[in-house]
Design a protein around this ligand. Structure first.
Ligand code: GLN
Length: 505
């Protein structure tokens, strides 16, 4: 739709009661994605940004917790003038406001994704709210797209349409008639099944859209275009079906497909949530983007930092060309990360540290190069005599009122002549943050003298944002999360540099 000239935005509704996913364990919910304006959001927003190349805001991420919080605050203030506060209309009105909030902006189309499954008790008020949206707005201004799974039964070699028939029936009992079905499938949907879905689900046959597992994630929009999804949307919304300019995206997917599958760079992500890829999804995608830019396939290995020790680190990193130590919180697995960083520093293996990864690079250097044996981050050892990472007074003032974390996009000034400068090609960048602790300025001189250089700071010079090591093929780290702004057609320079360095090594 964007390539047809429409201004599109996306929002996600999540039915759970957490106000945002910020407090959730990554194993519960995958990574926390952070927007420019500092909202801690569902990881789907990361996919949205990567696919539509738009920076989303806090309005794009709504949980039931947020809705209830706002309704209860209004109730306490007396805004409801003595009325009984109920799910319908008060909760549903609050939900609709989040959708209608885009009305007086330059947005032409709002895509609202509802998380969960049709019929979930938690999600019922959202379903009811979007039913009301359909009632309140003109029919040509609202469409319902139902995303559904078509299971494939190997034994009998057939696709089953029954689950879709059931969920559509369920939706209809809530007063919603889907206009379009987007069917997730592993194999091509036979015509007979399309016909059946159309007939039994009361959807035009042309609006039964196949969404088959693609060879490459970024090929999906082109596949859906070919299936006629946007054409059907235009049709239902009575919008002009302009000829889209997908040429740039097509060229990108073509380029990805041409990468020689035998040209592989192996990258280790050393973290503690290795059982779930979603926990590091943006880091992984950024690595793939950097692979596209360097015309190589990046193979990601999730390495459990809790299992890495000084004795086994060499073996654990065997075959690994480069290492990322990503963000994280808390003590578990920390020593494994520090051992990994020591190893890649000494053995000249390309390294990118992100947030906690940068903090641990600082701790490692303090311990093993400066000889401050008990150096640590104040987060991990409150009593250390050498808190090389800590919370500083100046930073407390910068923090948003009430918040305890530095969240969202902040500018960073890059020193000329550094590796960071070479990579970004500019002296001012903006990257997204999500952390409490900072580099301790009392140690600046000692670090710099010993070769761990500061290459980026906040504009006032107070906060160290980037560090890098001299005399190393690639050893760089940022206090921010560069993975949050990497897009397939606009990869993050720090990741591109990492893959480049691995290829050279
Ligand atoms: N735990 C660290 C802090 O709060 C790092 C956070 C992160 O890596 N996102 O500063």
């Amino acid at each position: 739709m964007k390539n047809r000239g429409y201004k599109v935005t996306i929002q996600k509704f999540d039915p759970y009661i957490n106000v945002d996913p910020g407090t959730m364990n990554p194993y519960e919910h995958g990574e926390v994605f952070v927007t420019d304006d500092g909202a801690e959001t569902d990881l789907d927003l990361g996919h949205y940004e990567r696919f539509i190349n738009e920076n989303l805001t806090t309005n794009s991420s709504v949980t039931m917790g947020k809705i209830y919080q706002s309704v209860i605050e209004k109730e306490r203030r007396g805004d409801y003038l003595g009325k009984t506060v109920q799910v319908i209309p008060h909760i549903t009105n609050e939900i609709k406001e989040k959708i209608y909030g885009f009305e007086n902006t330059d947005t032409d189309i709002v895509i609202t994704e509802i998380g969960g499954t049709v019929g979930d008790i938690e999600g019922l008020s959202i379903i009811e709210a979007i039913r009301q949206v359909g009632l309140e707005k003109n029919p040509e201004d609202v469409i319902y797209i139902h995303v559904t799974l078509l299971p494939y039964i190997f034994g009998s070699n057939e696709i089953k349409s029954k689950p879709t028939q059931h969920s559509v029936k369920e939706l209809q009992s809530f007063g919603i008639k889907p206009n379009i079905l987007v069917c997730r499938t592993e194999t091509d949907i036979p015509d007979a099944i399309r016909e059946k879905l159309s007939l039994f689900c009361n959807v035009r046959k042309t609006s039964v859209i196949q969404n088959k597992t693609a060879d490459n994630l970024y090929a999906v929009p082109l596949m859906l275009e070919e299936e006629g999804l946007a054409r059907e949307v235009c049709n239902h919304l009575k919008l002009e079906n302009y000829i889209p300019d997908n040429s740039k995206w097509e060229a990108m997917v073509e380029k990805i497909r041409k990468i020689d599958p035998k040209k592989i760079v192996n990258i280790g992500i050393v973290g503690k949530y290795v059982r779930l890829e979603d926990a590091y999804i943006s880091v992984m995608e950024s690595l793939y983007h950097a692979g596209f830019a360097n015309n190589v396939k990046v193979k990601v290995h999730l390495l459990n930092s809790e299992a890495i020790t000084r004795d086994n680190v060499a073996e654990k990193l065997k075959g690994i060309d480069g290492v990322v130590v990503p963000g994280g919180f808390g003590n578990r697995g920390i020593e494994g990360k520090i051992e990994t960083i020591k190893y890649v520093r000494e053995n000249k293996i390309p390294f990118l540290g992100i947030c906690l990864g940068m903090q641990m690079a600082v701790v490692e250097f303090a311990r093993n190069v400066l000889g401050l044996k008990d150096a640590n981050s104040a987060e991990l050892d409150k009593n250390t005599k050498n808190p090389v990472i800590h919370i500083m007074e100046e930073q407390k003032a910068i923090k948003k009122k009430g918040g305890t974390m530095r969240l969202g996009a902040y500018p960073c000034i890059i020193k000329k002549g550094t590796l960071a400068h070479k990579l970004y090609g500019t002296e001012e960048i903006s990257e997204r943050h999500r952390h409490r602790y900072e580099y301790n300025n009392d140690y600046r001189e000692k670090f710099e003298k010993a070769g761990l250089k500061i290459s980026g700071t906040s504009p006032d010079g107070l906060l160290v944002e980037m560090i890098e090591l001299e005399k190393h093929p690639y050893f760089i780290a940022g206090q921010f999360h560069p993975e949050l702004k990497s897009r397939p057609n606009k990869p993050s320079p720090l990741f591109v540099g990492l893959i480049q360095a691995c290829l050279k090594n």
